[in-house]
Design a binder for this molecule. Sequence first.
Ligand code: NAG
Ligand code: NAG
Ligand code: NAG
Ligand code: NAG
Length: 348
Amino acid sequence: MLLFRYILFLCITTIYAEVHIKQQNNVQKIMHETLKRKAPPSIKIPYKKEYGDVTVNPHNFTFISQPEPCRGNETILVTAHSATQNFQRRLALRNTWANPRILQKYLPKGHQSKLIFILGLPSKSSEQTLINYEQAMYRDLVQVNFMDHYRNNTYKAIYNMKWISSYKGCPEAKLVVKVDDDVIFNLQAFSSFFKTFTHTLGDSFKLSSYFIAGNIQHNRRPFRNPASKWYLSRKDYKYDTFPMWLQGLTYFLSPRLAKEIYNLSFTTPYIFTDDIYIGIVANRVVQLKQYPLNQFYSDPFFQLAKQSLYWKSKPYVFYHSHSIEDFFRLWCLSCNSVTCAWCSKAKV
Ligand SMILES: *[C@@H]1O[C@H](CO)[C@@H](O)[C@H](O)[C@H]1NC(C)=O
Ligand SMILES: *[C@@H]1O[C@H](CO)[C@@H](O)[C@H](O)[C@H]1NC(C)=O
Ligand SMILES: *[C@@H]1O[C@H](CO)[C@@H](O)[C@H](O)[C@H]1NC(C)=O
Ligand SMILES: *[C@@H]1O[C@H](CO)[C@@H](O)[C@H](O)[C@H]1NC(C)=O
């Protein structure tokens, strides 16, 4: 009986190790192939010619609350767009993949991260009271004084860029990871992804030149149907196509680009879809390098059952969770006894 168990144990660990190694090799192979490919050229929109240095998007909000400053040795800044009422989602990120102590185990030596959330103002004062407690406890919130509403998401993105490049940001950071608060990283896959990614970026990464990387969208057209949540009138956006933009769920950029995006935001007309707006502004930067990472994003419309399968077998790194339950179930599929001993106690 004992021997049988021992053999069973050996079989299981061997299979596990093989799947794991295969997965890592997959990520590296795909990564190499992906990064060799150049992003196709984006259409150019002549904003400079059209508006010159005229301020067409005036904004002057202020940070009403800021997180604990960086310690000075953080190389990676993870910054999450969050809606004021998403207390649970912020807690989930703090306790799982985005937690600097957990993330560090999956990063190459010498890398440290910091996690911050950016939010606007809630409409209820009771919610602000809770946010004040949350800030006192975790000191990881950047709060800006505009009303938190999806129509104001572009302000959230712009002030995120401003905070990143301000003296209170993380001046030593070489990489900004912008995420939404419902994303979950498969850390095992992320670990291989990150090594290959930074290796490929090479000098761009070291010198923090202008780069952006993520799930690149091409030749997408504005929604012109007034019934759509994403409707844009010709007055809002007069061109027929968008330049290249990156899906907001997760994208990577250099702090230097963040600063330039903040600067150019004044002369780029506002549209409320924040990821498209950031794409439009980034495309105005002449020296911009774009890296498509589309293969690493799981299809957002996958149901959990399918995601579970994909989690183990495909080298997707970034997943969209449909609910907080979904988030924890996915997390507990990937973690080990150290990162989440509590998973086995929870019914997942
Ligand atoms: C922005 O607002 C502050 C006060 O909140 C004011 O001192 C500053 O001059 C304003 N800046 C601009 C460019 O309007
Ligand atoms: C980063 O800085 C903090 C505070 O100065 C220090 O406690 C920590 O050990 C440093 N981490 C590394 C990896 O150098
Ligand atoms: C966006 O924020 C501004 C400033 O707080 C506010 O006046 C406006 O109503 C907000 N927009 C929406 C759609 O809530
Ligand atoms: C943007 O940068 C240019 C040149 O570096 C500078 O002249 C300009 O004042 C900046 N604009 C803003 C709004 O910071």
